[in-house]
Design a protein around this ligand. Structure first.
Ligand SMILES: O=C(O)/C=C(\CC(=O)C(=O)O)C(=O)O
Length: 301
């Protein structure tokens, strides 16, 4: 745990291990964030946490250390609906990053197009009450309809206990949907537990619902490796939905200051949930490219 005199939280490992697992060429870390730097990109007045700076240079150094080629940078709630920090990181990546924005429902079509030009390929709807004050479903649906023509998708973050309540809303979204961290199931229930069963019902309801098989550090208590319950619960999901899963570090691990995960150890989970080279290639290369670099679809699938 580390909080400085100004109350700014450091939630990432100071010296992550180089993983034993070597990701395939072109691997994408499809869920990560940047924080600031605050002097250039101040945090939102509504932010629920105040992080230390974790900017693009740190993110790209981690990417290289872990053996990844590209990033998908997801706008974190601490930056509200001002996507400037995310856009700055994408711009500095030399084509090696794309992003997911959080937008004000009043955003204009011209502003959405500018985000597209800046490398954004989706919008995130966050339903975690500890992170955002309100989540207006009707206005979110309006955004979802408006991003269709851009070829974007919706990224949704919710916890398992509201999945049933969210179903009519999810069913009405006309774009592909990517669910963050599998909708936060209780992995201790195992692969056939109530949370995973309800989540599979969502995946089975339409073939354009994807998910990130991410965050053992958030989903398994007590914290820390070897994350066996996460592996037991998640490996069957990767095997049953191999074309609709994504993976990411979640660096710089917002709010995780009490149990900062080692990103190298997180990478070493990958071969335990995606046990063949083919599953690993889909999870890390083909699937994220389909959503975030669709213009490359001509590469061999
Ligand atoms: O980054 C994540 O995936 C999870 C988060 C932070 C977050 O989503 C945000 O700040 O927008 C969390 O559970 O605190």
């Amino acid at each position: 745990m580390s909080t400085d005199a100004a109350g700014r939280i450091t939630s990432w490992h100071p010296n992550p291990a180089v993983p034993r697992f070597v990701p395939p060429p072109g691997a994408v870390d499809a869920h990560c964030h940047v924080f600031g730097p605050m002097a250039d990109f101040p945090f939102s007045a509504q932010a629920k946490y105040l992080p230390a700076d974790a900017g693009p240079d740190m993110l790209f150094a981690l990417r290289d250390r872990l053996g990844f080629a590209r990033n998908v940078i997801v706008q974190a709630s601490c930056h509200g609906t001002d996507n400037a920090a995310t856009l700055n990181a994408i711009a500095r990546s030399a084509g090696a990053a794309r992003g997911v924005a959080v937008v004000d429902p009043a955003i204009t079509d011209g502003e959405l197009e500018a985000l597209h030009d800046g490398g954004i390929r989706g919008v995130r709807f966050n339903f975690l009450k500890r992170l955002v004050d309100n989540a207006p479903k009707d206005r979110f649906l309006d955004i979802a309809r408006r991003i269709q023509s851009l070829g974007w998708h919706v990224v949704i973050y919710f916890e398992a206990d509201i999945l049933e309540e969210l179903r009519p809303f999810l069913d009405a979204i006309p774009t592909p949907i990517v669910v963050d961290h599998m909708g936060r199931p209780d992995v201790a229930q195992g692969p056939g537990g109530a949370d995973m069963t309800a989540f599979r019902a969502l995946l089975d309801s339409r073939d354009d619902v994807w998910t990130k098989v991410t965050c053992p550090d958030r989903l398994e208590e007590p914290a820390g490796p070897p994350w066996d319950r996460f592996v037991t619960a998640v490996r069957p999901l990767v095997e049953d939905y191999p074309d609709r899963v994504l993976w990411g570090t979640d660096w710089p691990h917002p709010n995780m200051q009490d149990a900062v995960p080692d990103d190298g150890a997180l990478v070493d989970i990958i071969p335990r949930i995606a046990v063949t080279p083919e599953l690993q290639r889909k999870l890390l290369v083909t699937n994220p490219a389909t959503l975030y670099w669709p213009e490359e679809r001509s590469f061999s699938l």
